[in-house]
Design a protein around this ligand. Sequence first.
Ligand code: SF4
Ligand code: SF4
Length: 278
Amino acid sequence: MAADLRVGTTGARPGAMGFLTDTTLCIGCKACEVACKQWNQLPMDNFGFTGMSYDNTGDLGATTWRHVAFIERIDDHTGRRPVKLQPFQSNWLMLSDVCKHCVYAGCMEACPTGAIIRTEFDTVVIQQDICNGCGYCVPACPFGVPELSLTDRKAHKCTLCYDRLKDGLEPACAKACPTDAIQFGPVPQLMERARKRVEELHQQGVTSAYIYGDRAVGGTGGIEGLNAFFILTAPPEVYNLPAQPELPQRRVLPAFLSTAAAALALGLAAWRALRGVK
Ligand code: SF4
Ligand code: SF4
């Protein structure tokens, strides 16, 4: 059996580079979103409000590879904004969302052309010249990251600025973030930093802080860890993130087996009826 080279609870392979996105430091300025668009020459999406929030881009997509979500807290019981909040927190939660560069990437597994590759930095990149636009990667990602472009009909998503990493530069979004809410580096180091930060937050009274994407927390359905992980202060669903991310393709075999079992039972029942067997 091959040795398991992945390290610690991150599940990261040696040399893996990633992101720690600390939502407690995010001020919602969208500098990361804009820097990403500038560097990657992505067009603007919607120059106006969605009508659903103070956010204008709405979601990750073919032309939005970093997306800062604004989530207004509404108290479940009263239906109003909470009046009692944890220290340093307002009624708004900000999440700068991005591709998770999964240790086991559903998009990469589903791609039939080999267009999606794992780079020497252990990041997940779509090669545009090989993508045939079949779209299999879209439902295979449990986080809803890749999207087919209406312009070139190919799938697009964050590359973790592969071209910048090759030149020894940090990704554009991390470089632009004025509060260091986005930190880039070797995954085990970032995880260490995240753990310290969560401890610090707990000591400061933000007891709900935790790491989303730690292998120990999110390692279900074949996902293991995420090379881009987050410090959150509310349940994942509040941020529109799956609590138990799972690869959809892992459900194919059980679904096939139950269909086959049902077909067999029906066939047997029909045979018995035809033969008059009681
Ligand atoms: S988050 Fe989605 S798109 Fe990104 S590597 Fe994971 S499966 Fe692929
Ligand atoms: S790493 Fe680069 S491509 Fe990915 S979100 Fe950041 S700026 Fe955009």
